[in-house]
Design a protein around this ligand. Structure first.
Ligand SMILES: [Zn+2]
Length: 149
């Protein structure tokens, strides 16, 4: 079965009164997905390793319901492939089949590409989020785990 290709890049958001942070931009086969919402990168990472409902897209405040997202993205995993299916109030329904290995590597590589910023961010107080969805320290575990597979 032909699989779709996930890619992830980051855009830096500078805030006048709080630390800068990175917002993920998700693309499937080169097309942006959910670009009217904020990407919860940690939920995306979790959807690639655990079946079930994941709120990959959310509001800038972190509460998906705040912008009308009631149902999360459904993740189903089998034979090294993950199917992500969902529907967005702005953007409509989607369903993609990804290679788990390709998708996880894409997420890990995108985080690694921002390593300097993330290492700097790790000196902040715990609880700040250098990448939307992650807390200060949780991304490190994700990178090492993704690399191990
Ligand atoms: Zn909100």
């Amino acid at each position: 079965m032909k699989t779709n290709i996930l890619s992830l890049s980051f855009r830096k958001v500078d805030c006048p009164k709080s630390p800068s942070y990175l917002v993920g931009e998700l693309r499937i086969d080169g097309q942006t997905l959910g670009d009217r919402y904020v990407l919860d990168v940690r939920s995306l990472a979790q959807a690639l390793q655990r079946e079930g409902e994941h709120f990959i897209f959310t509001c800038g405040c972190g509460v998906p319901g705040c912008i009308g997202i009631v149902d999360g993205v459904q993740s189903r995993i089998s034979d090294g492939q993950v199917t992500l299916a969902g529907s967005l109030p702005k953007g409509g329904a989607f369903s993609f089949v990804l290679s788990v290995a390709q998708a996880r590597k894409a997420v890990a590589d995108a985080l690694l590409a921002e390593k300097d910023f993330l290492d700097e961010a790790c000196r902040w107080e715990e609880g700040e989020f250098p990448v939307f969805g992650f807390t200060t320290y949780s991304y490190r575990g994700y990178i090492s785990e993704a690399r191990a597979k």
